[in-house]
Design a protein around this ligand. Structure first.
Ligand code: UDP
Length: 310
């Protein structure tokens, strides 16, 4: 297949592009580098199966030649990034999805949207099945991301229903692994950088809020299975192993052998109290389950961050 990946220089976009190339597909990558990095694709730039253009997907998209799939992965994705870039976050989810859908329609290609567990907001049911409609504050600080992704899902379904294009709606839960930016502000990179630099490990709130962390290779496997399936409805991809943030901080401290203190900081506004994917649909439809357990995934990620911290 000849596949367009937006956000190809980002954390997930770069892993996904590398995987697609390893499966023999050709990838056209685009990224505007507001949160992506050329370091993530340095190895891919040398490969014949990878073409790259620096471009902002919120502008008119023109790609010469055939395309079999358009995978829209461009977006700031960490809370501090979308606080810093609220309008680009809204634009890439809304206008960028529209451009990417228009391109998919024109090329008769499959369209995939990288959606998110944030569509469930601060959920009132746990775990979250795809049928749950969510609890989102539209005007809160996270609203720019949550609502852009909800709009993107709505538009994706509208193109599917009205223009008949095949679509894949992937709801990604917290994912971690190599190629995350050390300063990206999310819990795993923050805790690892802090632990490795012997700085205080900053747990927000009392640390009782939960998340369920998926190692990146498992996520990419799930994405590929969804792409190759015929499923047009949303599918959660994530690891259902749920832990508190305090437990995560303690685990990272132990795995790094760090002497850092764990300190408590105010909980950001609208921070979800719980999050855990119900992956019944992914198991059934995609025959997918995550394989890498938290300790193993964190060890691999620590090895990566050790090369980045000085
Ligand atoms: N968090 C924390 N300390 C940090 C960074 C994040 O305690 O240094 C908390 C954050 O408040 C949230 C959880 O970790 O409850 C996961 O945050 P992250 O930014 O990784 O992703 P989210 O799931 O909130 O999008």
């Amino acid at each position: 297949m000849r596949i367009l990946v937006t956000g190809a220089a980002g954390f997930l976009g770069s892993h996904l592009s590398r995987y697609l190339i390893s499966k023999g597909h050709t990838v056209i990558g685009i990224d505007n580098f507001i949160t992506g990095s050329v370091d993530n694709i340095q190895d891919l730039l040398k490969k014949p199966g990878f073409e790259f253009t620096k471009y902002d997907v919120t502008n008119y998209l023109h790609v010469p030649g055939k395309l079999d799939a358009v995978l829209h992965f461009a977006s700031p994705a960490s809370p501090i990034d979308y606080l810093k870039f609220p309008i680009p976050t809204l634009k890439v989810g809304a206008l960028g999805s529209h451009k990417a859908l228009g391109l998919a329609k024109d090329k008769k290609a499959i369209f995939m949207i990288a959606s998110t567990s944030e569509v469930y907001g601060d959920p009132l049911v746990n775990p979250q099945p795809e049928g749950y409609w969510g609890n989102v504050n539209p005007i809160g600080p996270r609203g720019v991301y949550d609502e852009a992704k909800r709009f993107a899902e709505a538009m994706t379904m509208a193109y599917h229903r009205y223009h008949n294009i095949p679509v894949r709606i992937l709801r990604i839960f917290n994912t971690y692994g190599p190629n995350m930016r050390i300063e990206d502000g999310r819990a795993v990179p923050n805790f690892m950088a802090q632990a490795l630099k012997s700085k205080p490990i900053t747990v927000y709130g009392d640390g009782s809020q939960t998340r369920s962390l998926c190692y990146v290779s498992d996520l990419i496997d799930g994405i590929y299975r969804l792409l190759m399936s015929k499923e047009n409805n949303p599918v959660n991809i994530g690891n259902p192993h749920e832990i508190s943030l305090l437990e995560l901080a303690q685990t990272i401290k132990r795995l790094t052998g760090s002497r850092s203190k764990i300190v408590f900081r105010p909980l950001p506004e609208d921070d979800p109290k719980v999050r855990r994917p119900d992956i019944t649909r992914a198991k059934k439809i995609l025959k997918w389950t995550p394989k890498v357990d938290l300790e193993e995934g964190l060890k691999r990620t620590v090895a990566y961050f050790k090369t980045k911290v000085r």
